[in-house]
Design a protein around this ligand. Structure first.
Ligand code: ZN
Length: 328
């Protein structure tokens, strides 16, 4: 998956050191097998991997398999069985897993411990940058729609927080104790200190990969609003998104795309970062028109590719692609 190896020596060095770390990294790969009596399951492949690592490689199946979009995934009968057999479900929260919330609600009613990791996180609220002077996005309507009171099960439904907090390894680190407590309650050994150290070195590695990017190039255009936490942690500004929403299920429209074109030209943006698992047709058409590149990242779900089949690999992969594009 790594592309162009011509480039600055610095870039080659970054790739080489990233490859070395890739070899050294260990990770649980017991995610995604859907038939098991695992006591702890996770909603997404990313949280299944993190939870497995905290559990010293314990088997933690993902309800939403690698490669599937959590915003739109429809659970199968097999997923229901997986949840029925579990005592604990590790979930993201903040409406990320919207289509499987009914399933989680039933599980919680039946006594399953459904843990939303968002409770441990300093949550970012979306900017309304994309909504200004757009009659379709009247702020008051918006708040009313999305600001519903918590439901019976106390999900933080629609408090409007951005769910993509795994894009910041420090925030992920902040969830590890909760995960470890849940695993220990199921008599599963934990390796929380080891995994926290791995996340700390990942964080430092990403920081140094991105360090050569000059301030005026620290702008990102993405497909949906998936990288706000990454931008917050590593000092980038998201100047626009093709789908002006925190969900991939939202629609884009001509007015938003026209506004995005202006932003891209104003900031001299040369690349749109899309996502491998959702349609990039609008982004590709726009990039074509503006003569900018399209580079797919892996954001909301792991894949079966060895470059992106663990959380640590996925983060390193994305940072590498961003550095490749933005380091002069
Ligand atoms: Zn997303």
């Amino acid at each position: 998956m790594r592309m162009i190896l011509t480039g600055s020596p610095r870039r080659l060095l970054a790739l080489a050191s990233s490859a070395a770390l890739t070899l050294a990294a260990c990770g649980g790969d017991d995610t995604g097998s859907a038939s098991s009596d695992a006591p702890v399951v996770a909603t997404t492949s990313i949280w299944a991997d993190v939870t497995s690592n905290v559990g010293c490689g314990a088997e933690v199946p993902a309800l939403i398999p690698a490669g599937a979009d959590p915003h739109s995934f429809e659970p199968s009968l097999q997923d229901r069985e997986l949840v029925d057999g579990a005592t604990t479900v590790i979930a993201n929260g903040l409406d990320l897993e919207e289509p499987i919330l009914p399933l989680l609600d039933v599980a919680a009613d039946n006594g399953t411990n459904v843990i939303e990791l968002a409770i441990d996180v300093d949550v970012l609220m979306p900017t309304d940058e994309h909504d200004h002077d757009d009659e379709d996005h009247d702020d008051e309507d918006h708040d009313e729609e999305e600001g519903q009171v918590d439901d019976d099960h106390g999900h933080a439904h629609g408090d409007g927080g951005d769910p993509h907090f795994w894009q910041d390894p420090r925030r992920v680190s902040g969830t590890l104790d909760t995960i470890a407590t849940a695993l220990a309650a199921n008599s599963i050994d934990t390796c929380v200190d080891e995994y926290r150290a791995e996340l700390e070195s990942l964080d430092a590695e990403i920081e140094s990969m991105l360090a050569p990017i000059p301030d005026d190039a620290r702008v990102l255009v993405t497909s949906h609003e998936s990288l706000a936490y990454f931008a917050d942690r590593y000092g980038f500004e998201i100047v626009g998104t093709v789908i002006p929403s925190m969900s991939t299920m939202a629609e884009t429209n001509a007015a938003d795309l026209a506004e995005l074109s202006d932003e891209i030209e104003r900031h001299g943006v040369e690349v749109i970062f899309t996502e491998e698992m959702s349609s990039a047709a609008d982004a590709e058409a726009l990039a074509d028109r503006l003569g900018v590149a399209v580079v797919p990242l892996v954001t909301d779900s792991l894949t079966d590719d060895p470059d992106t089949d663990t959380y640590v690999e996925m983060m390193r992969h994305n940072a590498g692609l961003i550095a490749e594009q933005l380091v002069p």
